[in-house]
Design a protein around this ligand. Structure first.
Ligand SMILES: C[S@@+](CC[C@H](N)C(=O)[O-])C[C@H]1O[C@@H](n2cnc3c(N)ncnc32)[C@H](O)[C@@H]1O
Ligand SMILES: CC(C)=CCC/C(C)=C/COP(=O)(O)OP(=O)(O)O
Ligand SMILES: [Mg+2]
Length: 291
């Protein structure tokens, strides 16, 4: 699929499907947190997701050094990009002729990384006009606008043709939608044998119900975190068969512990750290085959 085959997407801005989606569009249109913009400024890849991997304490150096905060920001950004690389690792064998879909694409950092890795087309959808304009501006700056395109569009109702997409993903964007509706749409656009990947936070059914920390995260982001059980059930109901499930909780804790020491804290750090530690919340990657 080329951008030329989807002119309606970029030409018109569809109305959000529900009052909730209007709120979410407004939320992301107004978002400009330094923790996201300052990290993105490091190398021009702007993420709205969290990080994984061990902290490189040697690279950080002495906390008293005047350059320490700058190094800390670069380190947090490195861990966020490592998270996106892990997601891309699970998309399978993508060729430059393929089209990928980023559902809930934010400012588009993962899309640029996917294009750089595979040379393919990447179509992103977000409810936020500001984010889509930002992502398209970055693509123009990088001269990859013929391959990487953000659209203002509901991920539950996309204009992509049935079976036209080699792989699709949600990076920390599943908590804004009903999972059955979401996986029905991915299943529709994916080719048979295509791959779906999500990295997301989910509440742990072994804990029982969403903990107070999970409720705090929901209130902070106006989202609705699902349980791990819901993911597997909704995938099974929509011809998405899990191939790989990774519990990334131990891998994301160092990011949060480092972030909690930075000047860019937003106040949500304690809820993530405590819920990951008490087991009520998990950070997971699920890669599934469209069968
Ligand atoms: C936390 S951000 C994640 C952004 C991006 N995936 C990343 O990793 O940087 C959540 C994104 O989901 C998008 N979103 C939420 N509900 C959506 C919907 N129904 N349709 C399209 N995008 C949606 C928001 O507009 C926002 O871009
Ligand atoms: C794992 C879960 C539950 C994620 C909720 C969705 C979300 C808002 C992700 C990060 O966005 P961001 O990068 O804009 O957030 P922040 O400003 O906190 O870095
Ligand atoms: Mg962030």
């Amino acid at each position: 699929m080329t951008t030329e085959t989807t002119p309606a997407l970029s030409a018109t801005i569809p109305a959000p499907a529900t009052p909730y989606q209007e709120d979410i569009a407004r939320y992301w249109n107004n978002e400009a947190r330094p923790v996201n913009l300052r990290l993105g400024d490091v190398d021009g890849l702007y993420h709205h997701h969290y990080g994984i991997g061990a902290v490189d304490h040697a690279a950080l150096g002495d906390p008293e050094h005047r350059e320490y905060e700058k190094k800390l920001i670069a380190e947090l950004h490195r861990l966020e990009s490592a998270q996106a690389e892990l997601l891309l690792d699970h998309l399978g064998a993508i060729t430059s002729d393929d089209t990928l879909v980023d559902a809930g694409c934010g400012r588009g950092g993962s899309m640029v990384m996917a294009h750089r890795r595979f040379g393919c087309r990447v179509q992103g959808v977000t409810l936020s006009e500001t984010q889509a304009e930002f992502g398209n501006g970055r693509a123009r700056d990088l001269r990859i606008q013929d391959h990487v395109r953000s659209h203002v569009c509901n991920m539950l109702d996309t204009p992509f043709e049935k079976g036209s997409v080699a792989a699709s993903w949600n990076n920390e964007s599943t908590m804004y939608v009903d999972l059955h509706d979401l996986f029905a749409e991915h299943s529709r656009i994916l080719e048979v044998g295509g791959r779906y990947v999500t990295i997301t936070g989910c509440w742990n059914p072994r804990y029982g119900q969403p903990s107070k920390w999970v409720s705090q995260i929901n209130a902070h982001f106006e989202c609705n975190i699902h349980s791990r059980r819901e993911y597997l059930r909704a995938m099974a109901d929509n011809r998405l068969v899990p191939q790989t499930i990774i519990d990334l909780t131990p891998d994301t804790l160092p990011y949060w512990e480092l972030r909690a020491t930075s000047s860019l804290v937003t106040g949500i750090e304690e809820a993530f750290i405590e819920s990951y530690r008490d087991g009520s919340f998990q950070y997971v990657l699920i890669a599934a085959d469209r069968v």
